[in-house]
Design a protein around this ligand. Structure first.
Ligand code: HEC
Ligand code: HEC
Ligand code: HEC
Ligand code: HEC
Ligand code: HEC
Length: 373
C-alpha cells in the first residue's frame, strides 16, 4: 500500500517536472533547420562543447562549490540539474545527461511564453504544454494554402505533430531572446553584460541574427525560404552580419576612418572580445604603412583588472556603442594614388587572456568587413 502510494507520488513528480521534446524529433520534419541549429552556439553552449565556457567555469568560484548556475541560460533543458540548484545540493553537469546533450533546445525556445524581468538577470517563463509551440508565421509563404488544404484553422496549425500559437508577440519583436541575453549582474551586483533592446519593426534580434535563407522550413510544404537557425554571431556565419558595420573615409588632413555600428547594441557584447580596425596603405603595389586600433572593455576592482565575477567597476570601455559612429584618426597624411584598405574585425578571445588560459586557438583575428578606398 505504502509502496504504491510512493510510486504514484514519484510518477506525479516526474510528470510535473518540465520535459522537452528532443531536438531529434523535430529533425524528422524540419531537417534544414535542425542542421543549422546543431552548428549554432545554442547547441554548443555546454561546458562539453564550448571549450571557452568550460575553461571559464572551471576557474569560476562556483566550480569549487560544484554549483553550475550557468545552467539557467547555457543548458536550460537540464531539469535534473536545475532542480538540484533550487535545493542547494551539489549540481554539476554530466556529459551524458539528456538535458546537457539537448543544450538550448528547439522545444525550449519555442515554448517561451513570457519573460520575467529581474535586476540580476531575466527569467524565461515556459508554457506547461509539451507540444504547444509559439511562432510568428505571418511571413511564411505557402503555409496558409497548406492549412486550407488540410482543413485546419489558420490560427492553429497544420502540423500533424504540434500546435502552433502565432499570437505571442515575443516571436515578432525579438523579446524572446531577452530572457537570456538582456543583462547579467555578478555576485557583487555589478552589471557585467547588457544587450540593449530597441522595439523596431524593421530590424530586431530575429531579423538580423536569423535572416531568411534558402530552403523550406518543413518537409510538408515547399517554401522558398526559412529563418536561419545557426544564429549568426562571432563564431557562426559572421558574414551574414557584416553589412551592419559600415566603413567610410572622412575628408580630413590626417587619414580618418569612420566606423558606423548599425546594430542597436554594442559591438561586441561579450567582455572577452576585442574589436580591431586595421588599415593598410599601399602605393604602386608597395605596402607603405600599417595601422591598428583596438576597442575593448576592461573590468576591475579598486583600479585593478579582475575576473568578471569580482568586478565592481569598468576600467576602460572603448567598444563601439549601440548605433554609434566613431571616427578613428591615424597619424598619416594620405597621398595621391594611395590604396587604403580598412578591415574591421575581432579576436573572439582577447589574445592576452587566451595566452593566460591556454586557449590560443581562439585568438585568431577574424575579419567582419573590408573596404578598399
Ligand atoms: C543570464 C544568462 C546567462 C547566465 C546565467 C550565464 N551566461 Fe554565459 N552567456 C550568456 C549569453 C547570452 C552568452 C552569449 C553572449 C555573447 O556572445 O555576447 C554567453 C556567453 C558566455 C561565454 C562566451 C563563450 C564563448 O565561446 O565565447 C562564456 C565564457 C560564458 N558565457 C561563461 C558563463 C559562465 C562560466 C557562467 C556561469 C558561472 C555563465 N556564463 C552564466 C548568458 C548567460
Ligand atoms: C534560441 C531560440 C530558438 C531555437 C533554439 C530554435 N528556434 Fe525555431 N525559431 C525561433 C524564432 C525566434 C523564430 C522566428 C520567429 C518565427 O518565425 O516564429 C523561429 C522560427 C522557426 C520556424 C518557422 C520557420 C520560419 O522560416 O519562420 C520553425 C519551423 C522552427 N523555428 C523550428 C525550430 C526547430 C525544429 C528548432 C531546433 C532544431 C528550432 N526551431 C530552434 C527561435 C528558436
Ligand atoms: C511530424 C512532423 C513534424 C514534427 C515532428 C515537428 N513539426 Fe513543426 N511543423 C510541422 C508542419 C507540417 C508545420 C507547418 C504547418 C503549419 O504551420 O500549419 C510545422 C510548423 C512548425 C513551426 C511554425 C512554423 C509556422 O507556421 O509559423 C514551428 C515553430 C515548429 N513547427 C516547431 C517544431 C519543433 C520545435 C519541433 C520539435 C519539438 C517540431 N516542430 C516537430 C511538422 C512537424
Ligand atoms: C535559453 C537562453 C537563450 C535564449 C532564449 C537565446 N539565447 Fe542566444 N545564446 C545563449 C547562450 C548561453 C549563448 C552562448 C553560448 C556559448 O557561447 O557557449 C548564446 C549565443 C548567442 C549568439 C552568439 C553566436 C555566435 O556564433 O557567436 C547569438 C547571435 C545569439 N545567441 C542570438 C540569440 C537570439 C537572436 C535569440 C532569440 C531568438 C537567442 N539568442 C535566444 C542563450 C540564449
Ligand atoms: C541591425 C542588426 C542587429 C540587431 C537588430 C541585433 N544584432 Fe546582435 N549583432 C549584430 C552585429 C552586426 C553583430 C556583430 C557581428 C558578429 O557578431 O558577427 C552582432 C553580435 C551579436 C552577438 C555576439 C556578440 C558577442 O560579443 O559575442 C550576440 C549575442 C547578439 N548580437 C545578440 C543580439 C540580440 C539578443 C539582439 C536583440 C536584442 C540583437 N543581437 C540585435 C547585429 C544586430
Amino acid at each position: 500500500m505504502k509502496k504504491s502510494f510512493l510510486l504514484i507520488l514519484m510518477l506525479t513528480i516526474s510528470i510535473l517536472a518540465e520535459e522537452y521534446t528532443a531536438n531529434k524529433v523535430c529533425k524528422a520534419c524540419h531537417p534544414l533547420i535542425y542542421k543549422e541549429f546543431v552548428s549554432s552556439m545554442h547547441f554548443k553552449s555546454t561546458i562539453f562543447r564550448d571549450k571557452i565556457h568550460g575553461k571559464i567555469f572551471s576557474i569560476h568560484p562556483l566550480s569549487k562549490k560544484e554549483r553550475y548556475q550557468c545552467a539557467k541560460c547555457h543548458t536550460p533543458t537540464d531539469n535534473d540539474l536545475l532542480k538540484k540548484l533550487k535545493s542547494s545540493q551539489k549540481a554539476m553537469p554530466k556529459s551524458d545527461d539528456k538535458g546537457q546533450l539537448e543544450a538550448i533546445s528547439c522545444a525550449y525556445c519555442h515554448r517561451i511564453k513570457d519573460i520575467k524581468e529581474h535586476a540580476k538577470m531575466n527569467q524565461n517563463i515556459i508554457n506547461d504544454k509539451k507540444r504547444y509551440f509559439y511562432a510568428n508565421d505571418k511571413d511564411i509563404e505557402g503555409v496558409k494554402e497548406y492549412r486550407i488544404k488540410k482543413g485546419v484553422f489558420v490560427s492553429t496549425s497544420g502540423s500533424p505533430y504540434h500546435t502552433i500559437d502565432t499570437t505571442n508577440e515575443l516571436f515578432k519583436n525579438g523579446k524572446v531572446c531577452l530572457g537570456c541575453h538582456s543583462h547579467k549582474r555578478n555576485q557583487k551586483d555589478f552589471l557585467i553584460c547588457k544587450t540593449q533592446f530597441e522595439d523596431n519593426t524593421k530590424e530586431n534580434c530575429i531579423t538580423c541574427h536569423m535572416p531568411k535563407v534558402a530552403g523550406s522550413f518543413v518537409n510538408h510544404i515547399d517554401t522558398k525560404t526559412h529563418r536561419y537557425h545557426g544564429f549568426s554571431g562571432v563564431y557562426n556565419t559572421p558574414e551574414f552580419l557584416s553589412k551592419y558595420i559600415e566603413l567610410s573615409i572622412e575628408n580630413n588632413k590626417f587619414l580618418t576612418i569612420k566606423i558606423k555600428n548599425r546594430a542597436p547594441h554594442d559591438i561586441f557584447l561579450h567582455p572577452m572580445r576585442v574589436a580591431v580596425l586595421k588599415v593598410t596603405i599601399t602605393n604602386k603595389g608597395k605596402k607603405i604603412a600599417e595601422f591598428e586600433k583596438r576597442f575593448l572593455k576592461i573590468f576591475g576592482k579598486n583600479g585593478k583588472k579582475v575576473p568578471l565575477w569580482e568586478a565592481t567597476e569598468i576600467l576602460k570601455d572603448t567598444m563601439l556603442k549601440a548605433n554609434e559612429s566613431k571616427n578613428v584618426t591615424f597619424k598619416y597624411i594620405p597621398k595621391e594614388k594611395d590604396v587604403i584598405k580598412a578591415e574591421f574585425g575581432y579576436y573572439p578571445l582577447n589574445p592576452v587572456l587566451a595566452k593566460k588560459l591556454d586557449l590560443e586557438e581562439f585568438s585568431d583575428f577574424k575579419i567582419l568587413r573590408t573596404v578598399i578606398f
